[in-house]
Design a protein around this ligand. Structure first.
Ligand SMILES: NC(=O)c1ccc[n+]([C@@H]2O[C@H](COP(=O)([O-])OP(=O)(O)OC[C@H]3O[C@@H](n4cnc5c(N)ncnc54)[C@H](OP(=O)(O)O)[C@@H]3O)[C@@H](O)[C@H]2O)c1
Length: 311
């Protein structure tokens, strides 16, 4: 894309707020056209973004339709499809739609067909790295779709860690759903291990000191369990309901159509996330799934002192 092409960004949540801020910085430096237009369902947030980063607050969703590049970062593919349906008649032929939502690959294929009918190319480009990675621009992007080459220069402005073209439209969403299955499975497995060890009499932080220098370690044992669970912060910034959505995409869409083994791990992960989102709520931090394990076990995992039994 050239630095003359205008950008509109739709969805200023935990991720979108920071991604759009990085695009605003790129606009200020002349890497993309200025200003970047932002739209958010709760319009006060878009006004705050404009005040903070010099973006242009769209008065209506239709204000975003004339941009050369439109980027969405919404909860699910259903919201993306709804926005596409509303904007499609107004879009400029030849424009590009980049969907940073962690979505459903099959819905994304249908949405891409809707856009194709009005001459708009689409790529799915879900990201990994959380709100901290979004803030620093150090995200990984998983791209699906033929417009990959055209999309990469703009995606590279907020995904400086890694960009992988995963395949045809929807492939990025498929890979992201499986990535999050692995993320949740590692977290749950780590929580389960620490609870069993605590009940046996080994303190969780002592156990992690050994595991994190051994073959059972993962990002979850090294960072998420100590940083969010043992600290009792539970504040990583990713909603439990959104994690459940991603694991649902993988289990109900990808696994069920792959004739996967009936002893598959991921359906169990999904059931635990479902239980936890009832116990803790859709908006709770996803790391609170370990709290559900703790409640079942009657134990609380602590940072430095011995794990205590729930009275
Ligand atoms: N948080 C993370 O760590 C993380 C990491 C990687 C990927 N993701 C993925 O990135 C996407 C966004 O996640 P997030 O954490 O930024 O979510 P979030 O904080 O819950 O923000 C959701 C955004 O979508 C908007 N929205 C919700 N329902 C809508 C609707 N019906 N129509 C239009 N806009 C709507 C919200 O607007 P309001 O402000 O009006 O509510 C908000 O701007 C999700 O697909 C998520 O799975 C998240």
């Amino acid at each position: 894309m050239s630095n003359e092409e205008s950008i509109a960004f739709i969805g200023l949540g935990a991720m979108g707020w920071c991604i759009a801020a990085n695009l605003a910085t790129a606009a200020a430096e002349g890497d993309v056209a200025s200003p970047v237009t932002v739209w958010n369902r709760t319009s006060a947030k878009a006004e705050r973004h404009a005040a903070a980063f010099g973006t242009r607050c769209a008065r209506t969703l239709l204000d975003a339709s004339r941009a050369d590049v439109i980027i969405t970062c919404l909860p699910t593919s259903a919201e993306v499809a709804a926005v596409v349906a509303e904007l499609a008649p107004e879009l400029k032929a030849g424009s590009l739609w980049i969907d940073c939502t962690s979505g459903d690959p099959n819905t994304t294929r249908e949405t891409a067909r809707v856009l194709e009918r009005v001459g708009v190319m689409m790529v799915d480009s879900p990201v990994s790295g959380g709100p901290d990675g979004a803030k620093t621009g150090e995200l990984t992007a998983m791209i699906g779709g033929d417009a990959n080459r055209r999309a990469q220069p703009v995606i590279s402005l907020f995904a400086k860690k890694k960009i992988v073209h995963c395949g045809p439209i929807g492939a990025g969403h498929a890979v992201k759903a499986m990535n999050n299955c692995l993320n949740a499975a590692h977290l749950i497995a780590g929580g389960e291990a620490l609870i069993a060890l605590a009940k046996w009499g080994v303190q969780p932080d002592i156990a992690l000191a050994a595991i994190n220098a051994s073959s059972g370690r993962s990002l979850q044992t090294e960072v998420r369990l100590p940083g969010e669970v043992l600290s009792r912060k539970f504040n990583y910034g990713f909603k439990l309901g959104l994690m459940l959505k991603d694991v649902g995409v993988a289990v109900d869409g990808l696994l069920s159509s792959s004739n996967g083994s009936k002893d598959s791990i991921f359906p169990v992960v999904k059931r635990l996330l479902e239980k936890s989102s009832i116990d803790e709520g859709y908006d709770a931090d996803y790391t609170r799934v370990v709290r559900t394990l703790e409640l079942d076990a009657g134990i609380v995992l602590h940072e430095t002192s011995a794990a205590s039994t729930v009275s």
